[in-house]
Design a protein around this ligand. Structure first.
Ligand code: AMP
Length: 221
């Protein structure tokens, strides 16, 4: 099964995708995580991407799409995958369609996480991420047991450099200008399912699991 989680920054795509991936045995592909890893390792891609990311802008399509193709071609995607952060515009959606067509597969579901601005700002401004395993915490809503330390692996928690007020504002502008048009793109292809994502993580995950089960049931009829 191949799923896209679509929604603004702060919708919870990464946290949900991590849980769903384990539950459903699907590989979680986050283009943001892959890019951040490249920036940390100071690879050629990381050098080219860092400035765009720090400014809250999209990294150029050619770079991200090439990176995605390499990732989707890994053997661990055979059983399916959950895409988080890709596509971010129509051009990327078309590149993804083309890539999957070549593999004689397609996207099954696009889940749009409808999130209010108030919740987005609150989530992003308090988000903490584990440097080692990528787990997400929140200063107020989901604090780690020990301050600054990941509950899962003991790694150090940090605040993403693009989770500051100015960059959050830019990322939301970019989302509204470029990414939100994907809602109608996938609606037109009858793939889009809306979920309200303001509630806490476990509630939203349950709703997504229910949606996926209904989808699988509909295939059996
Ligand atoms: P994310 O972790 O999904 O919030 O992404 C963090 C940053 O990585 C974004 O603000 C962009 O600069 C970059 N990025 C991630 N995915 C993409 C993509 N599909 N296309 C372009 N830039 C991306």
């Amino acid at each position: 099964m191949r799923i896209i989680l679509l929604g603004p920054p702060g919708a919870g795509k990464g946290s949900q995708a991590k849980i769903l991936g384990k539950l459903l045995n699907l590989t979680h592909i986050s283009t943001g995580d892959i890019l951040r890893e490249n920036v940390t390792k100071d690879t050629n891609l990381g050098k080219k991407a860092a400035d765009f990311m720090n400014k809250g802008m999209l990294v150029p399509d050619e770079l991200v799409t090439q990176m995605l193709i390499q990732r989707v071609n890994q053997p661990d995607t055979k059983n399916g995958f959950i895409l988080d952060g890709y596509p971010r515009n129509i051009n990327q959606a078309k590149a993804l369609d083309e890539l999957l067509e070549k593999r004689d597969t397609r996207i099954d579901l696009v889940i749009y996480l409808d999130t209010s601005l108030k919740v987005i700002i609150e989530r992003l401004s308090g988000r903490l991420v584990c440097k080692y395993c990528g787990a997400n915490f929140h200063i107020k809503n989901m604090p780690p047991k020990l301050q600054g330390i990941c509950d899962n692996c003991g790694g150090r928690l940090y605040q993403r450099s693009d989770d500051n007020e100015e960059t959050i504002k830019r990322r939301l502008e970019v989302y509204n200008k470029e990414t939100s048009s994907l809602i109608s793109y996938y609606e037109g292809r009858r793939k889009l399912h809306r979920i309200s994502a303001d509630e806490e993580l476990s509630v939203v995950v349950d709703k997504i699991v229910h949606l996926i089960e209904s989808y699988n049931d509909s295939l059996k009829v």
